[in-house]
Write a protein that binds this ligand. Structure first.
Ligand SMILES: [Zn+2]
Ligand SMILES: [Zn+2]
Length: 355
């Protein structure tokens, strides 16, 4: 497996972000990312996808889109679209039609910030997902860094601290979103892929003659990332390599990580069965014993979940194992102490041991 670090869900100055694609590529290189996926509101920009940089450090740019129905009241139903390679905003008013069109185009669809709180104090509305009578979407955005800001900045003091010291803000996906994810998997009886998004805009606030950049892109790019496990080495041909990334995301061969406290590279969640070796995102059959293995880049609090409930917890090891014969949806959460708090560090996609 070849691990690639991506920042997803990024706004440029084609919508309400404050940087060009070229500037974002340079910032992504500084953050040591392998790639970024931009998603401007209701506009897909053709012709920018590709590799940028030089041989020493190449960065992949993929241009997706964040589609929503602009007439909807209350607002919401934001959908991240990756790899559809065409404009999808005309379908924004009908979520199922939008999903069907994305699938027909070979793209991926993720419900953006499916649960979101408003920030009344600053007249910031909530944009959650409303229409749950849908299916066949790829997955959900489990952790959205700017949504999290809204949820944890309800008092003036916390808003100020979180705005000025972004490193002190992130704690993890909302507990409600984790519960929703478990619930959606159980309800649909199919894999629902989780990704982590930054929803980066780099908000500019003017205080007299001074303009302050709130939540700069560089902070986002170093913090919440989606680590993607590609099937094989990259060839350097963009079209081929993009296919590997898209396929890995489609299959849930990825995990959501908060890389600021300590790099999460090398995290693995796998299972060995009579039929072979499988990784997060895979659906397996249970015919005999299952040997789950978790590899952490550093020993930290690590929890194995089955159907949304903790089945085992470790605090002192880098390799954790669990032997069982029980069917279920297994996933991992790891936590790390950072800036005085225990924070969400790694959230794996599940292994679906069902049949
Ligand atoms: Zn949105
Ligand atoms: Zn957004």
């Amino acid at each position: 497996m070849i691990e690639k670090k991506f920042a997803l869900h990024i706004h440029t100055n084609y919508s309400d972000g404050n940087a060009t694609h070229q500037e974002l590529i340079a910032i992504a290189a500084r953050a040591n990312l392998d790639g970024i996926i931009t998603t401007d509101h209701n506009i897909w920009i053709n012709g920018l996808d590709g590799y940028y940089g030089d041989k020493k450090q190449r960065t992949m740019l993929m241009v997706g889109e964040e589609v929503n129905d602009r007439q909807l009241n209350p607002p919401g139903n934001h959908m991240l679209v990756f790899g559809a390679e065409k404009e999808m905003s005309p379908f924004g008013a009908d979520p199922q039609k939008l999903i069907d069109q994305i699938n027909r185009a070979g793209g991926l669809s993720f419900l953006a910030h499916p649960i979101e709180d408003s920030l009344e104090r600053f007249k910031e509305q909530a944009y959650p997902w409303h229409n749950w009578d849908i299916d066949q979407y790829t997955g959900i955005e489990l952790w959205n860094q700017m949504s999290e800001f809204k949820s944890v900045s309800q008092s003036l003091a916390s808003a100020l601290i979180n705005a000025l010291f972004p490193k002190r803000m992130s704690l993890g996906p909302l507990e409600r979103t984790l519960t929703l994810w478990d619930h959606l998997i159980a309800e649909h009886k199919r894999p629902i892929v989780a990704v982590g998004g930054v929803d980066a805009h780099q908000i500019l606030k003017k205080f007299g003659p001074v303009t302050i950049k709130l939540y700069p892109y560089l902070h986002h790019f170093k913090s919440v990332r989606t680590h993607i496990l590609a099937e094989k080495s990259f060839s350097g041909n963009f079209i081929e390599d993009k296919k590997l990334i898209m396929e890995a995301l489609r299959r849930g061969h990825c995990f959501v990580a908060y890389d600021l406290p300590h790099p999460t590279d090398g995290f693995r969640f796998s299972v060995d069965t009579e039929e072979g070796h499988f990784i997060m995102g895979d659906r397996i059959t249970v015919s005999g014993g299952l040997t789950f293995q978790i590899r952490l880049p550093r020993s930290n609090l690590c929890r194995l979940f089955k159907d949304g409930k903790i089945v085992k917890e470790w605090a002192d090891r880098e390799v954790c194992t669990h032997l069982t014969t029980e069917k279920g949806t297994y996933r991992v959460e790891a936590y790390i102490p950072y800036k005085g708090k225990l924070r969400g560090w790694i959230f794996s996609n599940p292994i679906y041991a069902w049949d």
